[in-house]
Write a protein that binds this ligand. Structure first.
Ligand code: FAD
Ligand code: SF4
Length: 466
């Protein structure tokens, strides 16, 4: 308990706000071993109950303590097929670390940093402990969507001996991990390595297939003979504010802005023509308080924006973004304008954005989400000059499969209805999970849903006569 939490080195804010290099620099083996010694090996470890996929953290940390880093990575992979990803992006403060007993009297064990360390160590060593694959069952499963839910399900199903093919609409695999989360938080090479491991295990991938358009669910099952389908298409349809002026040139959804930068490589400005409105020396207003808004603000900064203001209608205490993202964004000079909301965007005669008109808010009574509702303060209107505005106020269900599969039950917001334990949908042989069922959530929750679906699909394949 006397050992202080080992801090992870970071690129300094001035350097990193001008480039897309990864911000967090990882732990050394010595630092990892020291941090692991802070674990007091609880009889009833809260860390595991706080982890949505139930990683046996105490055992993993004990292996790190013993210097068996590859053993620790192998133990981790039994419950979490994307440890290099989750070690970087999980909101540990509200999950494993939030329940760590050591945190009651000081700072919790840095479980996320340790997870990242062993995953990176394993990747660098090239000695990846791929799990055993059961003999072929002769059954095949189609997975629609290559985000964390689809990848987690693919990893579990291939181990059971089923043929697994993942269909992805975009030209790159990884879902939000590649098109949403920027390079400086999650390098694409890391996601690529994890996907390559799944390929080595036998998972087949096919990109540029828009299921619901190129091929329907029924065609996959009847014509192509898949015995089951897992729909993991995510919630990527951006929401807007619905205020006047959102049509002006220079106003983006965060989804489009980040996709253009990440997937179309605007972050490699020297090698690719900028497929995004030039932010250099411009004023940018980003609307929202989640990871998406924070990523958009930090990306605009790196693209050379003169000033980036983050406008959020509640206070920092209510912001859903990860604490680390908020800290990093502040260090990088993002100006936080809390309790502020845009009511209109203004533009010039040629249709280009010139400013955002905003109002100040105060917090009233709690709403259905339990958070205090923002209430407009009369007479608080003011104008923020802006040539770029990025709206990061959430996203809704990707709609295509629902619209072409009439017997697939959806709820009022067009999310697919699936049993929370079995992930079964209203359509026989079709399972669904991740953001397309829950709405925008987290990487680890999507992976948890993928694993539940895999277990349920395996049982379905074993108990049905074909
Ligand atoms: P997705 O990751 O959305 O993947 C769905 C995939 O399905 C996509 O690749 C899509 O192209 C594909 N698809 C859609 N329709 C079709 C179709 N018809 N046919 C074929 N393929 C299709 N969570 C965290 O835990 N930590 C973070 O730091 C974090 N940061 C985030 C930052 C941003 C910018 C965003 C947008 C989200 C962030 N999240 C974060 C949330 C997290 O990324 C998501 O909850 C998670 O990716 C959901 O996984 P999924 O597999 O359900 O869907
Ligand atoms: Fe170790 Fe914290 Fe987990 Fe206890 S709760 S086993 S101290 S990591």
């Amino acid at each position: 308990m006397k050992i202080p939490r080992v801090a992870m080195l970071e690129l300094d804010a001035a350097t990193r706000s001008r480039c897309f290099e990864e911000v967090n620099l990882g732990l050394s083996p010595q630092d990892a071993a020291t941090e692991a010694m802070r674990c007091i090996e609880c009889a009833n470890p809260g860390c595991t109950t706080g982890c949505p996929v139930g990683v046996h953290i105490k055992e993993v940390v004990a292996l790190i303590c013993a210097g068996n880093f590859l053993g620790a990575a192998a133990r981790m992979r039994e419950d979490n097929v994307l440890p290099a990803v989750t070690g970087r992006v999980c909101p540990q403060e509200s999950q494993c670390e939030g329940r760590c007993v050591v945190g009651k009297k000081g700072q919790p064990v840095a479980i996320g940093n340790l997870e990242r360390f062993i995953a990176d160590y394993e990747l660098k060593s090239g000695r990846l402990g791929l799990p055993a694959i059961a003999p072929a069952t002769g059954r095949s499963v189609a997975i629609v969507g290559s985000g964390p839910a689809g990848l987690a399900a693919a990893g579990d199903l291939i181990q059971k001996g089923h043929r697994v093919r993942v269909f992805e609409a975009l030209h790159e695999l990884g879902g939000v991990l590649v098109y949403g989360i920027p390079e400086f938080r999650l390098p694409k090479s890391i996601v690529r390595c994890e996907i390559d491991n799944l390929s080595r295990m036998g998972v087949e991938f096919e990109t540029n297939v828009v299921v619901g358009k190129s091929v329907t669910l029924d065609e996959l099952m009847i014509d192509e003979g898949y015995n089951a389908v897992f729909v993991a298409t995510g919630a990527g349809l951006p929401s807007f504010l619905g205020v006047p002026g959102e049509h002006f040139n220079g106003v983006y959804s965060a989804n489009e802005f980040l996709t253009r930068v990440n997937l179309m490589r605007a972050y490699l400005a020297d090698e690719y023509d900028q497929p995004v409105y030039d932010c250099r020396d411009r004023e940018v207003v980003v609307v929202g308080g989640g990871n998406t808004a924070m990523d958009a603000a930090r990306t605009a900064r790196r693209l050379g924006a003169r000033a980036v203001s983050l406008v959020y209608r509640r206070s920092q205490a209510e912001m859903p973004a990860r604490a680390e993202e908020v800290r990093h964004a502040r260090q990088e000079g993002i100006e936080f304008r809390m309790l502020t909301s845009p009511i209109e965007f203004l533009g010039d005669a040629r249709g280009w954005l010139t400013a955002a008109r905003c109002v100040r808010m105060e917090l009233g009574a709690p709403d259905a989400s339990g958070r205090r509702s923002p209430v407009k303060i009369d007479g608080s209107e003011h104008t923020l000059p802006a040539q770029v505005a990025i709206i990061g106020v959430g996203a809704t269900a990707n709609p295509l499969i629902q619209s072409t599969t009439p017997d697939l039950k959806t709820n009022a917001r067009n999310y697919i209805v699936a049993d929370p334990e079995t992930m079964r949908t209203s359509k026989r042989g079709v399972f669904a999970g991740g953001d397309i069922v829950t709405g925008g959530a987290t990487v680890i929750l999507a992976m948890g849903a993928g694993r539940k679906a895999a277990a349920s699909i395996h049982a379905f394949l074993a108990t049905n006569v074909w």
